[in-house]
Design a protein around this ligand. Structure first.
Ligand SMILES: *[C@@H]1O[C@H](CO)[C@@H](O)[C@H](O)[C@H]1NC(C)=O
Ligand SMILES: [Cu+2]
Length: 319
């Protein structure tokens, strides 16, 4: 197949805009909503967001050229907000993206890192100090299927599962995780141009969590063992799951990045589900490494958010 016909098959015809990537819209914890971050210019963001800010005003990605740079950690110029979403160990965090284009197939990954010895929990953490543990690799990332039925001729991808659940993915916070401040890093790697070296597109989004002890249980949970991976060493531009032609039929997919923690319990594809928000959450600000207080608005007014623009629907885009 010529490169041109392969691209047409993969990307479809809509191609309405080059700016149709995505970002973290919000997270839900038991239906309670915390705001993510919208990097696009002139949209405004809530003061009490828990999503890290970033400078990708095109809503775009980090490419393999930046795999060893700080940009890969929490997106371009990623910087933490003061607010954290409270979540109990053992609860599921429902991560919702602002839509996802069908052709942007690939893995959906989750990592967590504690914020140690900082004044404001993760609110003032130096991102290069963060050391990560992989919680979810969305395996099996590729389920061979009828060509063209799903996002690519190769079959149904984890991204197709995410799109079908209203562009959301659940991440279980381990039961035995020690309470305290953590950064959750959710990442989709879009592979539509990954047949060429340097063509993969990583979309890392970071958010602050304040992990509380689990709901009471008869037996104390097994302590969760954290790993020590530096995000600047996660990927190489020649990894099997990074340099890959998804316009061909494939027999499987090798997830890039570090090994998932043995104690991690990813939510299986069939248990992924969408969730509606029933309330706005009150984030917390970490005042000591062991204590939080409720976030209260600063003198700045809480910025109006959104312009009424609907969530992007899954569809074919060229970008
Ligand atoms: C999908 O998510 C959006 C944004 O949160 C929400 O407005 C919409 O109602 C959800 N749709 C369904 C079917 O749950
Ligand atoms: Cu895109």
């Amino acid at each position: 197949m010529s490169p041109l016909s392969a691209s047409v098959l993969l990307l479809g015809t809509a191609a309405s805009t080059a700016l149709a990537h995505s970002h973290l819209a919000h997270i839900l914890v038991n239906g309670v909503l915390y705001n993510g971050f919208d990097p696009r210019p002139n949209v405004g963001n809530y003061d009490n967001r828990i999503g890290w800010s970033s400078s990708n005003t095109d809503d775009g990605y980090v490419g393999p050229a930046d795999y060893a740079s700080p940009e890969i950690i929490c997106h371009k110029s990623g910087a933490p907000p003061l607010a954290h979403a409270p979540v109990k160990a053992g609860e599921k965090v429902h991560v919702q993206w602002n839509g996802w284009p069908i052709g942007h197939v690939g893995p959906v990954l989750a990592y967590i890192a504690p914020c140690l010895n900082t004044a404001n929990g993760c609110g003032s953490v130096a991102k290069t100090n963060l050391r990560w543990t992989k919680l979810d690799d969305s395996n099996p990332v590729l389920l061979p299927g009828a060509p063209g039925t799903w996002g690519s001729p190769a079959g149904k991808w984890a991204t197709d599962v995410m799109i079908a659940q209203n562009n959301s993915w659940q991440v279980e916070i381990p039961h035995g995780l020690k309470p305290g401040p953590y950064v959750l890093r959710h990442e989709i790697i879009a592979l539509h141009f990954a047949r060429d070296k340097g063509g993969a597109q990583n979309y890392p989004v970071c958010m602050n969590l304040w992990v509380e002890p689990p709901a009471s249980s008869a037996t104390a949970p097994q302590p969760f063992k954290l790993d020590n991976f530096d995000a600047r060493g996660f990927y190489k531009d020649t990894d099997k799951g990074i340099l890959i032609d998804v316009s061909t039929s494939l027999s499987g997919y090798v997830v890039p990045g570090p090994t998932m923690a043995p104690q991690a319990k990813p939510v299986p594809h069939v248990q992924q589900q969408m969730m509606l928000s029933r309330a706005d959450g009150t984030p917390v600000v970490v005042v000591r490494s062991t204590a939080t207080q409720k976030w209260t608005p600063t003198a700045r007014a809480v910025k109006a958010k959104r312009t009424g623009e609907p969530v992007m629907k899954g569809r074919y885009y060229r970008d």
